[in-house]
Ligand binder design. Structure first.
Ligand code: COA
Length: 131
């Protein structure tokens, strides 16, 4: 990855990689914030289900600031870090970074804290099994 040692770097494990496509834009050609949030939710679920080895549901998304725009055709990398494990819930810090296909123009788009809850087959909160 083409990242300068002095530049900020993503924290966490790569949970999801996708493309920003023309269908994800508004009439002005900008990527919707809501599309980014939905990709972050998927990444939080991937990280949460891997960590808990169970289904998870999202119960909370903390405040988000979008610090740079996303251009159509960008590769979107979403990183996740589990910052706290509760009885049934996980706090997961999710960061979104964008870059071109050739890994240039690497920049942070946004981050947010997600809370996901481990649930059973009936959708009830269940204790997280500790390894
Ligand atoms: C998740 C759900 C099963 C929890 O049910 P519940 O029996 O009321 O569970 P609790 O109130 O005991 O909360 C469970 C855990 O979530 C945490 N939690 C719940 N709401 C929270 C919130 N808004 N922010 C942070 N943590 C929250 C609780 O602190 C608890 O954590 P812990 O067990 O690690 O201490 C239920 O609220 C639900 O199904 N919500 C909808 C989830 C969903 O569908 N998300 C997608 C929306 S489209």
């Amino acid at each position: 990855m083409d990242i300068d040692d002095n530049e900020p770097k993503p924290s966490g494990e790569l949970a999801l990689r996708t493309y920003a496509l023309p269908k994800d834009t508004n009439a002005h050609g900008n990527i919707y914030a809501g599309w980014i949030v939905s990709q972050m939710d998927l990444a939080a679920s991937v990280a949460g289900e891997k960590a808990t080895q169970s289904r998870v549901v999202t119960v909370d998304i903390a405040q988000m600031d979008f610090v740079s725009p996303v251009k159509v055709g960008s590769v979107i990398d979403i990183y996740a870090t589990i910052t706290e494990t509760g009885r049934t819930s996980l706090k997961i810090q999710v960061e979104v970074w964008a870059h071109k296909y050739d890994e240039t123009d690497f920049h942070k788009v946004t981050d947010a804290q997600f809370v996901v809850v481990s649930v059973d087959q009936q959708g009830r909160a269940q204790s997280i099994k500790q390894n």
